[in-house]
Design a protein around this ligand. Structure first.
Ligand code: ZN
Length: 210
């Protein structure tokens, strides 16, 4: 398993390229812009993009999607609750793919195979209704559900504090440890966040609002 981090788009969102090095098949997670830089990386490393996967529908995670789908022919995976019909002019948390895109909805418990890698979907709403966390081996792509020492905003459209805290509690209670690859800022580990993340600690202590 190879993980390449690229900061893309207008606020430097983390885009991750997850690759099974035995087949060189890749998933592009949250291409929030700079699609040509992402495509160049795939091509120069002889990686085949077989999926674009979204942690949620916010624009800073999706601005590069259309171009990558067009250039690679890969399908798009996202949660239905963050989806809007093609061509709809939404300016909230929902993403409207181009017409004709092979859009596949994933939900809690689904598994997407990237070569020999298995990516498991956890539905972790709160930042947006259709937010997911993607888990592959010891890596967790947490989108804007979980950041190092913080979490995503809940005051935007579709956000909900108590739902977000429930998602953080749920992640904290997963057995074992994971490398956490969040949608913004630095990587961390779940073990560190269980102890030092004030929102996760509050959620573990039964807090349901903030
Ligand atoms: Zn977001």
């Amino acid at each position: 398993m190879l993980i390449k981090t690229m900061q893309v788009g207008f606020i430097g969102t983390n885009c991750y390229i997850l690759t099974d090095e035995t087949t060189m098949k890749s998933a592009v997670i949250d291409p929030g812009g700079d699609s040509n830089m992402i495509l160049n990386y795939l091509e120069s490393n002889k990686m085949e993009c077989v999926a674009v996967m979204l942690t949620h529908g916010h624009m800073d995670h999706t601005m590069g999607v259309d171009n990558i789908l067009r250039e690679t022919g890969a399908p798009l995976y996202m949660h239905r609750l963050d989806w809007a019909p093609p061509k709809s002019r939404v300016m909230d948390y929902r993403y409207a793919p181009d017409a004709g895109v092979d859009c596949r909805f994933y939900d809690e418990g689904d598994v997407v195979e990237i070569g020999n890698l298995k990516v498991r979907v956890l539905h972790t709403p709160g930042h947006t209704p259709g937010g997911v966390t993607l888990v592959c081996e010891n890596a967790m792509f947490s989108g804007d559900t979980l950041f190092r020492s913080s979490c995503g905003r809940v005051d935007l459209a579709g956000g909900d504090a108590s739902t977000e805290l429930a998602s953080l509690k749920r992640l904290a209670e997963l057995p074992g440890d994971y490398e956490v690859y969040p949608g913004h800022m630095d990587t961390t580990t779940l073990a560190i966040e269980r102890v030092y993340n004030p929102y996760m600690v509050a959620a573990l202590n039964g807090v349901t609002e903030f």
